[in-house]
Ligand binder design. Sequence first.
Ligand code: FBP
Length: 259
Amino acid sequence: MTATMDKFLRDGRSLLLAYDQGLEHGPTDFNERNCDPSFILEIAEKGGYSGVVLQKGIAEKYYDGKVPLILKVNGKSNLPRGEPVSRQICSVDEAVSLGASAVGYTIYLGSQFEAEMLQEFGRLHELAHDCGLPVVAWIYPRGAAVKNDTAPEIVAYAARAGLEIGADAVKIKYSGDTASFAWAVRNAGKTKVYMSGGPKAPTEDDFLKQVAGAMAAGATGLAVGRNVWQSQDPFGISQRLRRLVLEKETIEAGEPEAN
Ligand code: FBP
């Protein structure tokens, strides 16, 4: 069976709000306001997001069905040292019962444990598609073999790997400029490409220029977390992102430092 990202697309574009950082990074990312999952779901709904990304514990206790859910089914903390590996911690059946419209899985391409993650992804892909759920691959080249995870050839490799392994959408880091990101998008073929937000940019305009660069390169959209819910005005920046991504407004694409 095949599965599509259609539920997350509006006129070919999509804006996702990511909130799995509590596991990936810990509460160091949070403040009094954004550590509350209900606040994030409010941003997702009122901000007009196409989807929200949660781990299963948050989905189980807080998800209200107002915005389509991408359930992250693997994850890890940032405490272990050494080569990164992220294993599956939630089944496709659980994702379905939690109301997910897609599942997400992170692969650290280039890690010593790449083979384990690729194999697990293969099985997940089969089971998810059997249930009609699309699969979003977070492909983050990482580990001792990867010197620069935002180098254009590495970002393009991540995009291509997404297509090769059957991802319906791939989430990759920005490569720093429109031309090199366009090459990554080209290599992803029919796999949808989402730019990953990254740590909070020095200014909102810096971030928006980066997003504009990714959209000009042909990306489907953006999967963003910290640049929205760490903002002083999460609803304001959501509105600017919505215009840029979903309403196809154009601003000059800048070339800030890649994250
Ligand atoms: P951000 O916009 O906050 O970077 O979120 C995107 C994301 O992919 C999250 O889904 C994930 O938790 C995080 O980045 C992982 O960041 P990293 O592994 O680069 O520290």
